[in-house]
Design a protein around this ligand. Structure first.
Ligand SMILES: *Cc1c(COP(=O)(O)O)cnc(C)c1O
Length: 447
């Protein structure tokens, strides 16, 4: 080794974070379907129960997105107009969590990929921007959607503003009432927001009659948004997670992370932890690493961290189910708790979903992904430790990923091993501070 390369090797291993140049933002999304050892089950038409065709989906989604939903191509080019918007916040940094390692006294080397620096503070913009772009290309002028904690709603509101589309959002009533800041953010980006179930759709009126006083659920809000989109040929529905094309868009995260590990002079991680609600941030960071596993270049243990209050993988069944409560979406083969399941109102609103993305479910079924369920006090305990060590208050959802990683790091300290651990940090928690305060006061329910 020359003196220079020794210095740069030392430099690499001492770094705190690695950025990439803007020119290194991925130019293609990675479609794991091309590399899966067994093909995932197709979505089925809710009426005929036959495999969904592109024509069947045309009433809900733009053609470009339908093509991606059904694609078996490995690489799908990211349009230049989308890359241009990605450059507002991408590439996102990969950090070494040195101070967290010290706080834990672990021999593990811990890294985290942080998506909280996007315009709305989460990974959701990675899919909102292309979804709106392909709808605009198809001549649609109006988008309808659901949102739980409001991260997806804010992302779609921002992207709709960028491309000049109208955006109508149904927000789960519980969070609409208890977390007003996120709906203010959506309105700031120019969207219309209402609590769900509302009295403004047939689905909403029916749900209010069937479940009087309900605090709402993502599945209910989806029913309302789908209904409006089906009534108007100029409108499309947009979903923030679960579907194949959403998982696809998020793969910019994992592709960047793979390149960034080299900047630390580190080989690929031994363990990867990401939180899993509908599965999109997990898919986004993990699928490119699973490709490395499938091609024999790495042995990354991929762990989905789901909330104990909505444990679709660890407790659910792998079967066809609807994405919504009213049974209007395509039927998808996934791990599910049943489409009428209403989870306890835990703080991680983005994780309160009855099902898991069909592609993530397939990987779990095939043993390419593991899953653990985490209660919210353990998650917030990890979130507070992380905030105090690294100075970032993470989204309630993301705290589940760090809790999973802390279990691994503590085990390493006990057996004296030094694994490399990567944590997917899907978002910032500045708007989740009331939940942190509840944890610190000791009042948080341990569900
Ligand atoms: C929406 C959201 C999640 C959960 O959704 P996935 O599709 O599972 O990624 C997780 N973290 C944050 C910050 C979110 O906004």
């Amino acid at each position: 080794m020359t003196e220079n390369s020794a210095a740069s090797a030392r430099h690499a291993s001492e770094r705190t974070k690695v950025f990439l140049d803007e020119s290194e933002i991925p130019t293609h999304w990675y479609n794991i379907v091309a590399d899966l050892p067994t093909p995932p089950a197709p979505h089925l038409h809710p009426g005929t129960r036959e495999p969904m065709t592109a024509d069947d989906m045309a009433a809900l989604f733009a053609p470009g997105l339908i093509e991606q939903e059904l694609s078996t191509e490995r690489w799908i080019e990211i349009p230049e107009a989308v890359q241009e918007i990605y450059r507002l916040w991408r590439p996102s940094p990969l950090h070494r969590a040195r101070r967290l390692e010290e706080a834990l006294g672990t021999t593990a080397r811990m890294y985290y990929k942080y998506e909280g620096e996007s315009p709305v503070g989460s990974h959701k913009t990675n899919s909102a921007v292309p979804q709106v772009y392909f709808n605009k290309n198809a001549g649609r002028t109006r988008l309808t959607t659901e949102t739980g904690a409001g991260q997806w709603g804010a992302a779609l509101a921002f992207a709709s503003q960028v491309f000049g589309l109208t955006c109508e959002i149904f927000q789960v009533r519980n969070t609409y009432e208890n977390k007003p800041y996120r709906s203010l953010l959506m309105r700031t980006f120019g969207a219309q927001v209402q609590p769900s179930p509302s009295m403004n759709t047939a689905a909403g009126r029916d749900l209010n009659a069937r479940f009087p006083g309900t605090s709402g659920s993502l599945g209910m809000a989806i029913s309302e948004a789908v209904e409006l989109a089906l009534q108007d040929p100029n409108a499309s529905y947009a979903l923030g997670s679960v579907l194949n094309h959403v998982a696809l868009h998020q793969t910019v995260i994992g592709q960047e992370a793979i390149r960034q590990f080299a900047g630390f002079g580190e080989s690929l991680p031994d363990h990867l932890f990401a939180c899993a609600g509908g599965g999109s941030n997990l898919a986004g960071i993990a699928f490119p690493f699973i490709r490395e596993n499938l091609e024999g270049r790495a042995h990354v243990d991929v762990v989905a961290c789901e909330p104990a209050a909505a444990p679709s993988m660890t407790q659910g069944e792998f079967r066809y189910d609807f994405g919504d409560v009213s049974g209007t979406t395509p039927l998808m083969k996934m791990y599910t708790l049943g489409n009428e399941f209403v989870p306890d109102p835990v703080h991680a609103g983005g994780l309160r979903y009855h099902g898991m993305a069909p592609l993530v479910s397939h990987c779990y079924h095939e043993g390419l992904v593991r899953a653990v369920a985490i209660k919210q006090r353990e998650a917030f305990e990890a979130g507070v430790l992380f905030a105090r060590a690294e100075g970032i208050v993470r989204a309630s959802e993301s705290t589940h990923a760090i809790a999973g990683a802390l279990r691994q790091a503590r085990a390493a300290a006990e057996d004296g091993t030094s694994p490399v651990i990567l944590i997917g940090v899907s978002g910032s928690g500045q708007l989740d501070l009331p939940a942190y305060a509840e944890f610190l006061s000791g009042d948080m329910l341990d569900t």
